[in-house]
Design a protein around this ligand. Sequence first.
Ligand SMILES: Cc1cc2nc3c(=O)[nH]c(=O)nc-3n(C[C@H](O)[C@H](O)[C@H](O)COP(=O)(O)O)c2cc1C
Length: 241
Amino acid sequence: MHRKIKLFSCKILTGSVSLKQPERNFIFARLWHTLAEIAKEFFLITYYYMHILGINCSHRKTSNSELFLDYLLKSLSSNFSVEKVNLLDLKIDCRGCESCFSDFRNHDDDLVGVHEKMLKANVIIMSSPTYFGMPSNLAKVLMDRTNSIWLEKGLKGKMGAVIVNGASRFGAIEQNAKNIVHFFHDHEVINVPFYTCFNNSIKHPHERFPDPLPKDLTDPLDKLSIEIKTLADIISPNLSR
Ligand SMILES: Cc1cc2nc3c(=O)[nH]c(=O)nc-3n(C[C@H](O)[C@H](O)[C@H](O)COP(=O)(O)O)c2cc1C
């Protein structure tokens, strides 16, 4: 039976069997389908190897920023390789010596490693609390020390996303998000269509949202996760690393 099928396929290929139009259409359709399947497999492999770096910029040991970031990274981990950095755990030394202006590696602290990670990632997610309408100072020092990366356009073409939270309902939380989006835009991280704001943490004890997060707080994060996946689908071939 197997030999017969093989012989028949050979005859089709060599043209010694004349096929009617519907049969030809069927074979071409099957062929296209198989090629499409192979292309999809290949695409999934490249998609899988996209790397997401999540940066927790909170100054608190157990923080809302980390809670939100963990939820998002978990949801993305089925499609991407993900990594989280807690800036609070790092040794960061910044005394205005200006040596990072020419090269971010001119320092002997842990922030250099984070900047190296940012250069390698395809997608960078920053999660920060709001301090007087601005990003936390951990977020700020991380951003300020990227001057040489900015000069070399090291982050150009990557994807970025922003999560911010604050105590008040009117605490300029969106302003905070916009500052971080501005940082990304300065670096030509052009694919930053989304930021997610959570306000009113003051409603909860110690200004900490409940863990696990309730549905009204996970919904915007699920949306953000879908947006990242969808955008990655569209732009992954051009996403720089
Ligand atoms: C110095 C300082 C400034 C703050 N300024 C704001 C503010 O402008 N707007 C706001 O809504 N919350 C403000 N907060 C409250 C924090 O943003 C809030 O507690 C947040 O939920 C903490 O997030 P985290 O757990 O991720 O650190 C401020 C807190 C501190 C310590």
